[in-house]
Design a protein around this ligand. Structure first.
Ligand code: NAP
Length: 246
């Protein structure tokens, strides 16, 4: 799975899963556009990639901002070239019970997790269609498959990504563009840091793998779906959860 000479865009690349995905692509020869809300955050991952003699550039963008996303992709195309791969990984949670969930908790999570992916896909496909080649990977969640109490907004946003993924696959398949989703289980990152101990214990007891996942468990699955070799796989969801949802 070589990404030599390919431009790869990873959103949410400053931390956690996205940072690991960015580093993994760079190790396979890609030039990685590392996107986060601040340039300082994205620059940390760029520095880590450059320390391994990889190629990357930092970009600041709120993926829920339509004009900012269009400007982001215009800059990436001008500075790095046409992206061959887009990984929609940026995501947030604002967990609370439905009774207590404010409109803004619902809107913000849907805006970042679902609309953000749509905006990036719309922006990147303009150039991917001309190149008649593209790989899009949307980072969803097992919560989008199962739902979860206290996560109605997050679950809805992640389930929405499955519909988006299948629609993009159908709409753009004839142009050499594939679109797939990854559904990670519980992965050790800032997002899961504050999980109650009982929840961690439940995952360890329930998942056949007997542990929480690591960002390094997710990145190889993303690279596979983004590879040239995976060109006949589209519209699919690959669950990477240590068997938690079996
Ligand atoms: P994380 O450590 O909290 O990192 C989130 C990333 O998203 C950061 O790079 C953050 O950038 C970026 N981001 C947040 N809002 C953004 C916005 N409006 N525009 C651009 N970037 C934004 O999260 P993670 O655990 O690595 O999760 C990464 C993805 O995997 C998310 O989509 C998450 O839903 C999904 N996921 C995670 C788990 C898990 O257990 N951890 C499980 C299933 C799915 P800043 O640093 O600039 O804030």
């Amino acid at each position: 799975m070589s990404f030599d000479g390919k431009v790869v865009v990873v959103t949410g690349a400053s931390r956690g899963i996205g940072r690991e995905i960015a580093l993994s692509f760079a190790r396979q020869g890609a030039t990685v556009a590392c996107v986060a809300t601040t340039e300082a955050g994205a620059s940390g991952s760029v520095a880590a990639i450059e320390a391994e003699n990889g190629k990357a550039k930092a970009y600041a963008c709120d993926v829920s901002d339509s004009a900012a996303v269009d400007a982001l992709f215009a800059s990436i195309v001008a500075e790095l070239g046409t992206p061959a791969v887009l990984v929609n990984n940026a995501g947030i949670n604002r967990d609370t019970l439905i009774m207590r969930m404010k409109d803004e908790d619902w809107d913000r999570v849907l805006d970042v997790n679902l609309k953000g992916a749509f905006l990036c896909i719309r922006a990147v496909t303009r150039t991917m269609m001309k190149a008649r080649y593209g790989r899009i990977v949307n980072v969803s969640s097992v919560i989008g498959l199962t739902g979860a109490a206290g996560q109605a907004n997050y679950a809805a946003s992640k389930a929405g990504l499955f519909g988006l993924t299948m629609s993009v696959a159908k709409e753009l398949g004839a142009r050499g563009i594939t679109c797939n989703a990854i559904a990670p289980g519980f992965i050790e990152t800032d997002m899961t840091e504050s999980l109650p101990a009982e929840m961690r214990d439940m995952v360890v007891k329930t998942a056949p793998a007997g542990r929480l996942g690591l960002p390094a468990d997710i990145a190889p699955a993303v690279l596979f779906l983004a590879s040239e070799e995976a060109g006949y796989i589209t519209g699919q969801t690959l669950t990477v959860d240590g068997g938690l949802t079996l």
